[in-house]
Design a protein around this ligand. Structure first.
Ligand SMILES: *[C@@H]1O[C@H](CO)[C@@H](O)[C@H](O)[C@H]1NC(C)=O
Ligand SMILES: *[C@@H]1O[C@H](CO)[C@@H](O)[C@H](O)[C@H]1NC(C)=O
Ligand SMILES: *[C@@H]1O[C@H](CO)[C@@H](O)[C@H](O)[C@H]1NC(C)=O
Ligand SMILES: *[C@@H]1O[C@H](CO)[C@@H](O)[C@H](O)[C@H]1NC(C)=O
Ligand SMILES: *[C@@H]1O[C@H](CO)[C@@H](O)[C@H](O)[C@H]1NC(C)=O
Length: 245
């Protein structure tokens, strides 16, 4: 019993220790299945899945529950090399993709989304982008491979560089149906900014370093219990299953 209470308190403390990451740097990239049309943790419109999207590791994403400060942000991701394969694979040409963050990759004790302020993931990185892939928006041969050398094509985990970019660089930028939020999910709805600039007023409105739990933005900025629609959004984030090697 005491253990459970302590573990819960630890989780609360932990949830307010978001990772502050620089606009550009190195990260890992994994991939996961996100069904076409799905409304993931950020409550971005279903049409956003027609374009490249990604989940982000929880402690950088900015919420343990549904949407976080990363929701709606766009990043240019460039594949560098694999490091779990023997030997490491350095593709002959580098490939990049601009993604919009629409989902949460839950914090775990191991795996690729486990970075906290106290330490990085297995590759030494504080950021993991979990790419929604396969996707109608991304060519099936997006990830470079060399099947004759390795005997398989999916390396699962890549070392990448990332750059924060304006969302006008995102393929879905000209599709109004793919930008913004689903409006009928309740308080968690209004939280997929078209193009967050970093200004507190155009990131997710109820995100706060002091709120592990998203408040009900319909009534106030104060924390409230999670509505059934919140649970729906949360359940979607459980789709975040990254590739195991
Ligand atoms: C993404 O990064 C690649 C590699 O650095 C670069 O060639 C490309 O122009 C970048 N794209 C955008 C939209 O910034
Ligand atoms: C994440 O998991 C890896 C093993 O997969 C471990 O080496 C690393 O220390 C973990 N990081 C944190 C912050 O727990
Ligand atoms: C990732 O790539 C960078 C740049 O090439 C390199 O410095 C770093 O060692 C690589 N990390 C891993 C885990 O391969
Ligand atoms: C695969 O690896 C082998 C051995 O290093 C190399 O000779 C070949 O050019 C590679 N093929 C591709 C498509 O990269
Ligand atoms: C955010 O919006 C509030 C209320 O409209 C305003 O008082 C505040 O100055 C804004 N903050 C920034 C950084 O623009």
């Amino acid at each position: 019993m005491t253990f459970i209470v302590l573990a819960f308190l630890f989780a609360l403390v932990n949830a307010s220790s978001w990772i502050q990451y620089p606009p550009n740097g190195f990260a890992t990239m994994t991939h996961y299945d996100l069904p076409s049309g799905y409304i993931a943790s950020c409550a971005c419109t279903g049409k956003s899945t027609n374009y490249p999207t990604s989940a982000m590791n929880q402690m950088a994403f900015g919420s343990a529950v549904a949407y976080g400060s990363a929701c709606g942000k766009c990043f240019n991701l460039t594949l560098l090399n694999t490091f779990l394969s023997d030997p490491p694979f350095y593709p002959p040409t580098s490939k990049s993709i601009v993604v919009k963050v629409t989902d949460l990759c839950p914090l775990s004790t191991t795996g690729w989304c486990n970075a906290t302020q106290e330490g990085p993931n297995q590759a030494g990185n504080y950021l993991n982008f979990d790419l929604a892939y396969p996707s109608s928006a991304i060519p099936d041969d997006f990830f470079p491979s060399n099947a004759s050398l390795y005997g398989y094509t999916d390396f699962g985990v890549w070392n990448i560089s990332y750059q924060s970019v304006d969302c006008s660089n995102w393929a879905g930028w000209k599709d109004e149906g793919a930008l913004g939020s689903v409006t009928n999910l309740g308080p968690e709805s209004a939280c997929c900014p078209d193009n967050p600039s970093g200004n507190v007023n155009d990131t997710c409105p109820s995100y706060s370093d002091h709120n592990g739990i998203a408040p009900d933005t319909r009534t106030s900025g104060s924390p409230s219990t999670i509505s059934s629609s919140g649970l729906f959004v949360l359940s979607v984030s459980l789709l975040t299953v990254y590739t195991l090697l």
